[in-house]
Design a protein around this ligand. Structure first.
Ligand code: NAD
Length: 479
């Protein structure tokens, strides 16, 4: 039933939709059971997933994959399984006056939408499929998954295991590259979740628009970090070095630009490099450090750094290398590159880095930083390191971002009881927890009329006479 060409994808979706219309009500118990099957699959095969991801990256440590993709997915699935029951209960709402006094009622019901398409990325090849799937199944839907073709072994394993363990009319998996992705995004799903780049996100939204398919777009961008004058610089740099090393910098909420007070920049540069080296005494063949997924992406990161260097920027490397370019054809592990004060014209100031490099910018006044952040597309994450509450409040009140972590990075994205998502160019819509349930449920208002219809005695029924307009006009006020 798992299938890879456009016709069979379309026919599979049709069958899922038919199954949905034949069973539009899905009890909490059945939703939990569906989620449990996915949990069991992940638990039983977690070692297979870790091995497949290791092979796809050419050496991502199995421990990291178990933490990031296996435990991350399980946390989402279990949170939804254990919390969904009260979310399903319809909510009574207030009816307008005077109908509220005549016995009418209103409620909001949460209905499954139907069949949801989920497109994932290579950087978290299991998590970007299964974390949204948790909310999609929690909301009583069916799903079709499209893993990234850049992690093909993981994609094939996901496809084979779902085929073996899960009814394809509940969850099915389609594998393939850009053309399959394009055909997939053109299908008339009841909702589409896309995790990936902003540029491809635009194509997904445009394809979905043809069928008026609502979209949740989990995109990326250049997440900034603001380091306060009032901070513990040593601790800040330790946490920043650790955050930037996560998945070799290939994380949607990875810090991309750090603003340091001008008088702290030199010391911070040294501390970042020192901390990074303490975590990773060597880079080449160090299995604690995640390699870049493939040569093309490795070359892309090298090019961002080398273009800035050629333009005259100061660049510091955590480890000495003869040439960064030469590392592209080795194990694709690049040492941390700190690029100091590139101009806005440099590519590294315009594109998401998505690798082990970061821009450091000096500042004199926090308001300059706010203006600079607001001059770029709204980021997926914003980070603040410091102890100045008033400054933090000022920053939060005058910027926008998908989410925020204070005195650390990445953490807010791991909370299951709070929405995760972007804004503007970093995405739209949320998943995780109840907000994920709401995103994939149709919130349907049901009004029940009172037995007695008062409109006749109120003079509201046609044919209308002059008093009708006078009655309406009499109620126009600004109270
Ligand atoms: P990508 O946009 O290149 O690809 C994502 C998916 O889209 C893949 O499955 C791919 O096959 C598919 N695809 C590519 N072209 C397509 C097209 N024309 N039509 C339909 N589908 C198409 O992204 P990537 O390189 O896999 O992932 C990196 C990006 O994802 C970064 O920008 C990162 O910030 C972002 N990301 C975001 C989150 C989040 O939760 N917000 C999580 C992980 C990654």
């Amino acid at each position: 039933m798992n299938s890879n060409n456009s016709d069979s994808m379309a026919s599979l979706l049709e069958r899922q939709k038919l199954a949905h219309t034949q069973q539009m009500t899905v009890s909490a118990a059945e939703r939990r059971e569906r989620i449990q099957k996915v949990i069991n699959l992940v638990v039983e095969h977690h070692q297979d997933f870790a091995e497949a991801i290791e092979a796809d990256f050419g050496g991502r440590s199995q421990g990291f994959s178990i933490m990031n993709d296996v435990l991350g997915s399980l946390a989402s699935l279990k949170y939804t399984r254990d919390n969904l029951a009260p979310w399903l209960i319809s909510e009574n709402r207030a009816v307008f006056s005077p109908y509220d006094q005549l016995g009418s009622t209103a409620r909001v019901e949460y209905q499954p939408k139907g069949s949801v398409g989920i497109i994932g990325t290579w950087n978290a090849p299991l998590y970007t499929l299964l974390a949204p799937l948790a909310c999609v199944l929690g909301a009583g839907n069916r799903a079709m998954l499209k893993p990234s073709e850049l992690t093909p072994k993981t994609a094939e394993l996901v496809q084979a295991l779902f085929k073996q363990h899960i009814d394809p009319l509940i969850v099915s998996v389609v594998t393939g590259g850009v053309s399959i992705g394009a055909a997939f995004s053109a299908l008339p799903f009841d909702h589409m979740v896309f995790t990936g780049s902003t540029n491809v996100g635009k194509k997904i939204m445009s394809a979905a628009a043809e069928n008026l398919v609502p979209v949740t777009l989990e995109l990326g961008g250049k997440s900034p970090v603001v380091v306060s004058e009032h901070c513990d610089l040593a601790e800040t740099c330790k946490r920043l070095a650790l955050a930037k090393s996560n998945n070799g910098g290939q994380v949607c909420v990875s810090p991309d630009i750090i603003y340091f007070p001008r008088d702290k920049l030199a010391q911070a540069t040294a501390l970042l490099l020192e901390n990074f080296r303490s975590f990773f005494p060597s880079i080449s063949n160090n299995t604690d450090f995640v390699p870049i997924v493939n040569r093309q992406h490795c070359q892309r990161v090298v090019d961002l750094v080398e273009q800035a260097r050629t333009a005259g920027c100061e660049v510091h490397s955590s480890h000495e290398v003869v040439s960064l370019s030469a590392l592209v054809s080795t194990d694709k592990r690049l040492p941390l590159q700190l690029v100091i004060s590139p101009s806005k014209a440099e590519k590294i100031m315009q594109e998401e880095i998505f690798g082990p490099a970061i821009v450091l910018l000096p500042y004199d006044d926090i308001n300059e930083v706010i203006t600079d952040i607001n001059s770029r597309a709204k980021p997926l994450a914003l980070y603040y390191f410091g102890e100045d509450q008033a400054e933090l409040e000022h920053l939060l009140a005058n910027t926008s971002s998908g989410g925020v972590s204070v005195n650390d990075c990445l953490m807010h994205a791991a909370i299951h009881d709070a929405p995760f998502g972007g804004i503007g160019a970093s995405g739209m819509g949320h998943y995780h927890g109840r907000e994920g349930f709401l995103a994939f449920s149709h919130q349907r208002t049901v009004f029940v009329a009172p037995e007695h219809d008062p409109r006749g005695e109120w003079g509201l029924l046609p044919p209308h006479h002059d008093q009708f307009k006078a009655m309406m006009s009499a109620q126009v006020n600004a109270d």
